[in-house]
Design a protein around this ligand. Structure first.
Ligand code: GAR
Length: 204
């Protein structure tokens, strides 16, 4: 059987980006990688239900149970146990320490709901990003997939896609459009691109 990259998806909430990745695997857009594990830092995340429905093993690791450092250590041991090659942050609302990101250099990717370097960094997550974009009055926003390093939203950019802002947009309406027209497209494409690079590098 062809070797594929083992992917772990880290989530905190609704999991629509996780769903896009699951669907991409089914449709064959994601073929050099396979989602073998979902980790949530929120036991209530609907993303867990999505993973269960798709038959993907799930783990819950909370700071409440393990503490900040302990939670990362726990995640590292789960990731190693499962021989994970690529970690995808898909709406994972926690900043990873330098100790964690250094360990997985160019092996962690994140989707962010703006065109980095606009509206990014600490404090910019979820709806807050769209609120800030509307407040500023930008006419174009979008989404970015990037490698994760020790600087929040500061790693190398892999893909970006622009989305127009429309008159009367609310943060919720804009969030849905950015997801549908950008995130759910470029996250699976980036997952495939990086997975293919990991496999290709091994075969060299
Ligand atoms: C997405 O819009 C994602 O880009 C954003 O949170 C949402 C999660 O939705 N992530 C960040 O803001 C990270 N800085 P989902 O749980 O439905 O995928």
């Amino acid at each position: 059987m062809k070797r594929v990259a083992n992917i772990a998806v880290l989530v905190s909430g609704g999991g629509t980006n996780l769903q896009a990745l699951i669907d991409a695997e089914t449709s064959g857009i994601l073929k050099n990688g396979k989602i073998v594990l979902v980790i949530s830092n929120n036991p209530e995340a609907y993303a867990l239900t999505r993973a269960e429905k798709a038959g993907i093993p799930c783990r819950v690791v909370t700071k409440k149970e393990y503490g900040r450092e302990g939670a990362e250590q726990k995640m590292i041991s789960i990731l190693e146990e499962n021989k994970i090659d690529l970690i995808i942050l898909a709406g994972f609302m926690s900043i990873l320490s330098e100790n964690f990101t250094k360990r997985y250099e160019r092996r962690i990717i994140n989707v962010h709901p703006s065109l980095i370097p606009s509206f990014c960094g600490e404090g910019f997550y979820g709806l807050k990003v769209h609120e800030a974009a509307l407040k500023k009055g930008v006419k174009v926003t979008g989404a970015t997939v990037h490698f994760v390093n020790e600087i929040p939203d500061g790693g190398e950019i892999i893909m970006q896609k622009a989305v127009e802002i429309e008159e009367g947009d609310t943060p919720e309406v804009l969030q849905e459009r950015v997801m549908r027209k950008a995130e759910w497209i470029i996250l699976p494409m980036s997952a495939e691109k990086v997975s293919a690079q990991i496999i290709e590098k091994e075969q060299r």
